[in-house]
Ligand binder design. Sequence first.
Ligand code: UDP
Length: 350
Amino acid sequence: MRSVITGGAGFIGSHLVEYLLAAGDDVVVLDDMSTGAPRNLLGALADPKLRLVQGSILDRSVVEDTIRGADRVFHLAAAVGVRLIVEHPLSSLRTNIHGTENVLDACLANNAKLLLVSTSEVYGKNTADKLSEDSDRVLGSALTSRWTYAASKGIDEAFAHAYHTQYGLQVAIVRPFNTVGPRQTGRYGMVVPNLVGQALRGEPLTVFGDGQQTRCFSYVGDVVPALVRIAEAPAAVGRAFNLGGAEEISIEQLALRALRVTGSSSSITYVPYEEAYSEGFEDMRRRVPDNAAAFDLVGFVPRTTLDETLAHVAAAIAETTKADRQRSAIVDPTKGGARVAEVAQAGWAR
Ligand code: UDP
C-alpha cells in the first residue's frame, strides 16, 4: 500500500505514520508544519519507507504531486484547536474548505481511497446522551468563529459525501471525540496536555468556566488502529463514524484526576471563558459519543482508561521536558533553533 497522510507531522497524524510503517506501507507525509512539528516524526525518520513533503494542502500542485500514485489518503491536515480557530478564523476556514477540496480532487484524479478525518465539533451544542452519526447539529451564530469552524468541517463532510454520490469517490468519514495522548500540545487550548503539564510544573490548573462541562476523552492508541480498519472496510464507504472515549467526565473532575495521577499538589483556578478565549465565547456543556457504528463495523472499543491515558501523557511531557533541558544545555542559544529541528529538517523534501 502507498499511503499519503496529510497532517502527518501532527499529533494524531504522527501516530498514524508509525502505525502504517509498522504495517509495511510506503508512507508519504504532507504537512505545512503550522501546528505539526518535525520532532513528532523523529522516531519514524530513519525508516526508508517514509517520505516527507513540507507543503500546504492549499497548494493545489503540491497536493496533486503528493497524491499521484497513492492507493489511499488519510486526510488529517486541518485547522486544529479551539484557541487557534478563535484567533485565526479566516485561515482556519480556508484550510478546511479549500484545502479539503484540493485533496478530494487529487483523490478522484488518482482513484485513491480517502479517509476524511472530521471532528465531533460538527455536532455543536447538541448535549444528547450519546450522539450518533445522524444526530442533529446544533450550532450557534454563523458569525462566531467556533461555530464557523464546526460549519467548515460539516462542509468538508458534505463535500466528501457529494464526491462519493456524484463521482463515485471511495471515501469514509470519521469524527474523533477529544482524542488525547503523547505529542498533543496544549498550545492551541487542548485541555489534557494543559492540565497535566500544569500539574507537573506545580502551576495552578486552569479550569475554564465552572468546570461542570463534560467530555469523553479517547486515547490515540485506540483511535489510530480504528482509523486504519475503517479506511480498509468496504462497508465504510459513504458513511461517517464516531470514535470517542468510554468515560464521561467533567473538566473539574479531570483536573482532580490529573493531580492524582501526577501526584501534584498544584491548586485549581477557575478562569472565566471570556478571559480564556474572548467575549461571547460559547462552549459545549456536554459531548458524549455513541460508538456503536464503529464497533459494529470494525469492533472499535476504547479500551485505554482515562487514568492510563493521563499517565501516558504525563510520562511523555516529563520526557520531552527533560530532553529539552538537556538540549538547551548543549545547543548554542545564539544560533537559535534547537538541534532537534535541524535534525528533522534534514529529512524534509520540498
Ligand atoms: N479547558 C479548560 N482548561 C484548559 C483548556 C480547556 O478547562 O486549560 C476546557 C474547555 O473550555 C472545554 C474542555 O476543557 O470545556 C475541553 O477543551 P478542549 O479545547 O480540549 O476540547 P473541546 O472544547 O474541543 O472539546
